[in-house]
Design a protein around this ligand. Structure first.
Ligand SMILES: [Zn+2]
Length: 211
């Protein structure tokens, strides 16, 4: 299975390149890619292996990721935004010098996203964890914090951080009430989540079938 590394292969030490996880985008500066593996990368890979594992915990996590991303996608679709799904990736964040593990994502055109108002971006951003709360009863902080931080740092409509927090809270409460009452929309999310799961985690089944 191909790796989706976003660096030329020759930047990797051979020992490292042979042990990359399949179907993971590795995106970080060259000097982090030496042997022995940086502890942050090894930890991120451990989290991805747990997510992909044929265990109860693994399948629960895959379900949560699928529901979360499907809800983001449908919220974007409502605004007429075209999207595509992406799978797991490991990024290096230069500002904090930390490694970020992404379990799944919805990609959209950056310029289209920049054109959204604060309310529209809030509706898209809260959709993921709101759906998790409605379907699974909870949304752990690590699933909503990245969306929250991205939204607050967007500087949308020239609003200050404290004002954006209010916009976020309002969008969250409104969507929570609406989704709880809207059974057809819940069904749409369930169907979309199944599509996400097949597209992003489907290779797990093919791996298992081949063993
Ligand atoms: Zn999200």
């Amino acid at each position: 299975m191909p790796n989706l590394i976003e660096l030329p292969d020759n930047k990797l030490q051979p020992a490292y390149a042979k042990t990359l996880l399949p179907n993971v985008i590795y995106r970080f500066p060259e000097h982090k890619l030496c042997e022995p593996r940086h502890r942050g990368i090894a930890e991120a890979e451990g989290l991805i292996l747990k997510l992909r594992a044929p265990t109860r915990e693994g399948s629960r996590q895959r379900l949560a990721v699928s529901i979360h991303e499907a809800a983001h996608k449908l919220a974007m679709q409502k605004l007429g935004i075209a999207t595509s799904y992406a799978g797991q990736s490991i990024h290096h964040c230069c500002e904090t010098d930390r490694f970020l593990t992404v379990f799944g994502a919805v990609a959209a055109n950056e310029r289209v996203m920049q054109a959204l108002s604060a309310e529209q971006l809030a509706a898209v951003s809260v959709a993921g964890h709101v759906a998790e709360r409605v379907f699974l009863g909870e949304a752990p902080a690590e699933t909503w914090e990245p969306d929250y931080e991205d939204f607050l740092s967007s500087g949308k409509d020239g609003l200050r951080r404290s004002q954006l927090i209010l916009v976020w809270k309002l969008a969250e409460e409104t969507m929570l009430d609406e989704l709880r009452a809207d059974i057809p929309w819940q069904q749409k999310i369930v169907h979309e989540a199944a599509r996400f799961e097949a597209q992003i985690f489907g290779f797990d089944r093919s791996v298992n079938a081949a063993v």
